[in-house]
Design a protein. Structure first.
Length: 328
């Protein structure tokens, strides 16, 4: 069984092809780059996706050595995400499903980040630290759904880092540039905002921008924003481990590629006797491979749509999804 998965929630238009053995046969993408100093402009990103979708489709099929007639299932990211971007993925998914008379499966983008992490780590029941542009959640499976035990109360950690980066003149993508600058920085005092199991980043970003405007070295502010953000994440992850009594921690999502975050979570897990794994870099950022694999899981559990009823859900939460492929 082979599934073609389409990812289009934000800046990435990706197409992945995966079989039911968990082998990702291709994972192609095209990434929209905002103008210098700007964040994502949804309509511009949607236009990028429209221009890129056939190019990425051809590349994915060619890399996998397949033709459209070899595909068994079409999956697409239904949400959460930016509507102009989501619609472009939906349009291509409908077109392919109707033309080739294939079943269509809707996939939650956040769940896909978790499932590609579980596939690559071989973890059965981890605490999931899901960190991306728009999302920051501490998650674990219970009673048929992935439950959110803690999350950001304002902006996701990736967006927070990018917002600071734009304010100090760094080009897109800002977060990797902050990581590099931080290697030569030292500590400067910043707020630390953990409320129970929830996190708040926006006030810390504001304070970092103020410090830079007052002349603090950029390397020092980059170092400190990472140390505070990642310490907050490590604290709530450790609390989730203690509360739930689990022994595995999986780091996934675009910000999972940050080596300092990996180091801090890894050290905490080592001290607690927990196993720690990180999603491979290829699957950390938004990608079609995670959509195709989750599409297979969903289809095998009995999930599929009529193409005329397929839609988008820009606010589709992680804990709103019934997980039919995992037994309690």
């Amino acid at each position: 069984m082979i599934c073609l998965g389409i990812e289009s929630t934000a800046h990435t238009f990706g197409i992945g092809i995966c079989d039911d053995k968990g082998r990702v046969l291709s994972n192609e993408r095209s990434i929209y780059k905002p103008k210098a100093g700007w964040g994502i402009i949804p309509m511009d990103a949607g236009r990028h996706h429209e221009e890129a979708k056939q190019i990425v489709l051809r590349a994915a099929l060619e890399k996998a050595g397949l033709k459209e007639k070899d595909i068994d299932i079409i999956a697409y990211s239904m949400g959460p995400g930016l509507p102009p971007c989501l619609y472009k993925g939906l349009e291509l998914a409908r077109e392919l499903a109707e033309k080739n008379k294939l079943p269509l499966v809707d996939v939650n983008h956040c769940i896909a980040h978790i499932e590609i992490g579980r596939l690559t780590s071989q973890f059965e029941d981890p605490i999931v630290v899901y960190v991306s542009g728009g999302n920051t959640q501490i998650i674990s499976f219970a009673s048929g759904r992935y439950r959110v035990f803690g999350e950001c109360m304002d902006i996701g950690i990736g967006n927070a880092l990018d917002k600071f980066g734009r304010a100090v003149g760094l080009d897109f993508p800002q977060a990797p540039k902050i990581e590099q600058l931080a290697k030569n920085g030292k500590w400067t005092e910043l707020p630390y905002v953990v409320k129970g199991m929830d996190l708040s980043f926006s006030g810390i970003v504001t304070e970092c921008i103020k410090k830079r405007e007052k002349g603090e070295p950029l390397e020092d502010v980059c170092y400190s924003i990472q140390e505070v953000f990642f310490s907050m994440l490590t604290e709530v992850t450790e609390r989730a481990l203690a509360h739930l009594g689990k022994s595995q921690v999986l780091l996934t999502g675009g910000v999972a590629a940050n080596m300092r975050l990996q180091e801090m979570l890894g050290k905490m897990c080592e001290e607690r006797g927990a196993e720690f794994k990180v999603v491979p870099r290829e699957f950390a950022g938004d990608n079609g491979g995670m959509i195709s694999w989750t599409g297979i899981l969903a289809y095998k559990s009995g999930q599929k749509l009529k193409t005329e009823k397929a839609g988008i859900d820009p606010r589709w939460r992680t804990d709103d999804v019934d997980i039919g492929w995992i037994k309690d």
